[in-house]
Design a protein around this ligand. Structure first.
Ligand code: GLN
Length: 205
């Protein structure tokens, strides 16, 4: 049984996510085929989906113009796992407060773009994450601040602010786990979320 993993590839860290997904799957003895999503019609065949960082205004525009946005919503409605990072979190959130981003409303948080660690654009920090034994080397790059958390669970905070959240089958981080050689957060998001199902695995009994 081979899982199909979609990485939304309209913009952002595509290859890095593909590598992290393969590593997390292989660690669990699972085979996975990665598909890059640049057009509609591919998401429905995906068992799991990553929505990478990049520039949220561009990603949002392309997701809607290419007809991928409704397919991502259907994916989550079917309780299949989605992992959104940084700009992906911004696009997946319920409120950005920026007209250029049309929220997918898949994670019940409100965010503010480019507001985390204003004094330095990017930084790395050892981050304790719920579900991981050891801190995760979290890389923040012009990261969004999560201002308000609605019906979602906070998995990690940095400097008193939420930086990783889970809302049902969706896990979202304001940092970039794909930029390290550590695939534990991908593992959590895709394979250890009790609210998400991997149909391909269930079918195989
Ligand atoms: N600053 C970007 C935005 O607001 C997000 C940065 C990132 O994904 N690394 O869209």
């Amino acid at each position: 049984m081979t899982l199909t993993a979609g990485v939304v590839a309209v913009q952002g860290d595509v290859e890095e996510h593909a590598v992290a997904i393969e590593r997390a799957a292989n660690d669990r003895g699972l085979a996975v085929e990665v598909v890059e999503i640049r057009e509609s019609g591919l998401v429905p065949d995906c068992d799991l989906l990553a929505l990478p960082g990049g520039e949220s205004t561009t990603i949002s525009r392309l997701l809607h113009s290419e007809g991928i946005a409704p397919e991502i919503r259907d994916h989550v409605d079917a309780d299949k796992p989605l992992f959104a990072t940084c700009a992906g979190l911004i696009v997946a959130s319920s409120d950005v407060g920026d007209d250029r981003v049309e929220e997918l409303e898949l994670v019940d948080v409100s965010v503010q773009r480019n507001a985390f660690g204003r004094q330095k654009d990017s930084f790395e920090a050892p981050l304790p994450v719920d579900g991981l034994d050891e801190p995760f080397p979290a890389v923040f790059i012009r990261a969004p601040v999560i201002d308000e958390v609605g019906d979602a669970e906070v998995l990690a905070t940095w400097d008193g602010r939420p930086v990783a959240v889970r809302d049902g089958p969706v896990v979202a981080t304001s940092f970039h786990p794909e930029l390290t050689a550590d695939s534990r957060v991908h593992g959590l998001a895709f394979f250890e979320n009790d609210d998400a199902t991997l149909p391909a695995l269930e079918d195989s009994g």
